[in-house]
Design a binder for this molecule. Structure first.
Ligand SMILES: Cc1cc2nc3c(=O)[nH]c(=O)nc-3n(C[C@H](O)[C@H](O)[C@H](O)COP(=O)(O)OP(=O)(O)OC[C@H]3O[C@@H](n4cnc5c(N)ncnc54)[C@H](O)[C@@H]3O)c2cc1C
Length: 598
């Protein structure tokens, strides 16, 4: 059976020692009182909930899955899921980072980020129910009418109701411009919606009395393509004037998907049969409104893989210390035993350290982005809000794709550490791999994320935001470039930072002549950008660790951090050279292949 210990020490290191979150929050009036003690206390309690309530339901939820009653069309979640949700609500966790105006606790996102990492480690399938609901809350808060906010937000904030995201249809996932669900205006100002949505996470469930579905559909006069999509709030039960629940609305689950992983989450086909909905935002501008939820979900999906990477690492590390096989190449290490523990073997260490480095780099990046979100939303200075928004937009596809690609690699490596036992269900490792796989696919596939990064976020504004991030990296290089002890981290980072400008310009130039060049380079480009970001955070973390050691701190945590940073720069970061080479190899070897792909 696997186990899970919330990585509180590393979270506190990132928050308090690397990012100095409390200082940053002091600049934001509504978060000025969120000090380190508050953060630590909340994380400790949140970690207990994750480890003690959710984690024990992870394997049983996977084995049991969800069931649909075809008569009532109601979905039942695995045993214990509903009760765990009741405890979650009781503890006030749903409201943690929501606006006090709607009953939230008003704590910063950066705190929610770490809390959700732990929930994802403990049980990704369960965490998707409240996770998506939080995205629906954000979307309605940004684009809902006053009436929608008044009726829906307090229920979503308290967790009394859940929210979903209904975009995908059988014939369209990536290209939402093709969607066919129709919305007809009614005399009373509402809309009658008809269509079929597929793959809707948490589409129906027994957690709550009601569900608010955010549905993309077309109005009768809608222009073709993505410019003709509107967004609607569709309540599972019609709402009476006083806000109480009326009759069942024309929306129900027509079937559950049988899938590779996240069995505890209900992936539903949703039928809209004359469902009554209300418009969210402007007509035909639904995709823009939905982007609030999609961006939240993209950060959330990166966080899912971060959680899985951490829990897989913890279990592989424990196993590698315990499992005895063969002797160390450099001579017996455990003389009192029949063989050495497998952790002595260099490649086992490489697999463990890869997972550890991906978890720690991912955690630093994810917390940094959550802080950007706090600044973007509530910082009093307009320029800080604007800069934070731009940086977050640049880093969102990196969080989504880099963390989920890394997460899949890491869970596979941790499974590999178990040898044949990793393939057997009992150890729980194969579930981490199966659960991690979806994160590369949904919320826009990782290919789509790479096109978003290179096409829109980098080339789309002539590299202006990338330069902004480059300046942040440059400041660290300048500050630490004179420090000899930092040169093993700063030198490779400085080289990549310089190469990145030329590399980007080259692809941009080739792309102007042939757009397929951008498509051919984008996935490699995103990984290079991901390493630039991770390199920056590992250098920052190494700098903090070196300073602590120089000041006489003997906590082995700091030496461990330095060793992980050294491993990262020696064994993972150099992948960028190959990636730049394959990106530069261009599109010809892909596109001039009509016979190879005949
Ligand atoms: C378990 C699960 C849960 C999900 N949850 C939800 C949910 O809650 N709500 C929701 O609305 N949807 C949900 N989805 C749908 C998910 O977001 C889509 O499956 C995903 O966006 C991909 O769409 P698709 O499956 O139609 O693949 P397609 O769009 O058909 O893509 C097929 C392949 O073509 C590639 N491709 C497509 N266009 C391009 C391009 N321009 N350039 C390069 N490559 C391209 C893709 O990267 C992919 O590899 C879920 C899916 C699953 C499996």
């Amino acid at each position: 059976m696997p186990s899970y210990n919330p990585p509180l020490r590393d979270m506190q290191f990132v928050m308090h020692e690397v990012l100095n979150v409390s200082d940053a929050l002091k600049q934001i009036p509504r978060h000025a009182d969120t000090d380190a003690d508050t953060i630590n206390a909340v994380l400790e309690e949140g970690g207990k909930f994750a480890a003690e309530v959710l984690f024990p339901l992870n394997i049983s939820g996977d084995q049991e899955g969800c069931t649909l009653n075809p008569q009532t069309r109601e979905v039942t979640t695995p045993k214990g899921f509903k009760e765990a949700y009741a405890q979650y609500i009781e503890g006030g966790w749903a409201a943690l980072s929501c606006d006090p105006e709607f009953g939230g606790q008003g704590l910063p996102f950066v705190l929610n980020q770490c809390f959700y990492e732990m929930l994802n480690s403990a049980n990704q399938a369960w965490t998707m129910y409240p996770g998506l609901s939080h995205g629906a809350y954000e979307c309605l808060q940004a684009h809902g009418t006053d009436e929608q906010k008044k009726q829906l937000l307090p229920k979503l904030v308290s967790g009394e109701w859940l929210g979903t995201m209904c975009l995908t249809e059988p014939h369209c996932g990536t290209d939402l411009g093709l969607l066919r669900t129709k919305a007809e205006p009614q005399a009373d100002g509402t809309y009658k919606i008809n269509g079929t949505k597929i793959f809707i996470s948490s589409g129906d469930n027994d957690f709550t009395d009601n569900i608010i579905h955010l549905v993309l559909a077309r109005l009768p006069d809608a222009p073709k393509g993505s410019k003709g999509i509107s967004l609607f709030a569709v309540s599972k039960y019609k709402l009476k004037a006083d806000g109480s629940l009326g009759e069942h609305n024309g929306i129900y689950c027509g079937g559950l998907e049988h899938k590779m992983g996240i069995h505890g989450n209900a992936t539903c086909q949703m039928i809209l049969d004359n469902a009554m909905g209300t418009l969210v935002g402007q007509p035909h501008k639904g995709l823009q409104a939905m982007f609030v939820m999609m961006n939240a979900a993209r950060l959330g999906v990166g966080n899912q893989s971060l959680g899985l990477t951490e829990v897989a690492y913890q279990n592989a590390l424990a196993y590698a210390k315990d499992r005895l096989q063969m002797r160390s190449l450099s001579g017996t290490k455990a003389k009192d035993k029949e063989a050495d523990p497998i952790i002595v073997h260099p490649d086992v260490r490489k697999m463990l350290l890869t997972a550890k480095a991906y978890a720690e780099g991912g955690r630093a990046l994810a917390c940094y982005c959550a802080l950007l979100l706090d600044q973007h939303l509530y910082h009093p200075d307009e320029k800080v809000r604007q800069d934070s928004d731009e940086l977050l937009a640049l880093l969102t596809p990196i969080i989504k794709a880099f963390l989920t690609d890394n997460g899949f690699q890491a869970t596979v490596m941790c499974q590999q550490v178990f040898g044949g036992h990793g393939y057997i269900k009992e150890w729980g490792m194969e579930q981490f791999v199966r659960d991690a796989r979806i994160n590369m696919i949904y919320e826009g596939t990782n290919t789509v994320q790479s096109l978003d990064l290179l096409g829109r976020k980098v080339l789309g504004n002539n590299g202006a935001t990338l330069k902004k991030f480059g300046k942040i990296v440059g400041a660290l290089i300048e500050e630490e470039g004179v420090n000899e002890k930092m040169s093993e981290f700063i030198s490779p980072l400085a080289v990549l930072a310089e190469q990145m400008t030329k590399f980007t310009m080259e692809i941009g130039f080739k792309g102007m002549q042939n757009p397929d060049e951008v498509g051919a380079a984008a996935v490699d480009y995103l990984r290079v950008a991901g390493h630039l970001v991770f390199g920056y955070f590992f250098a920052r973390m190494a700098s903090v660790a070196l300073k602590k050691i120089a000041a006489g701190d003997t906590d082995p945590f700091y030496q461990a951090k330095l060793q992980t940073a050294r491993f990262y720069f020696a064994k993972l970061f150099p992948e960028t050279a190959t990636l730049m080479r394959t990106a530069r190899a261009g599109s010809k070897s892909l596109m001039d292949t009509h016979l190879a792909l005949a």
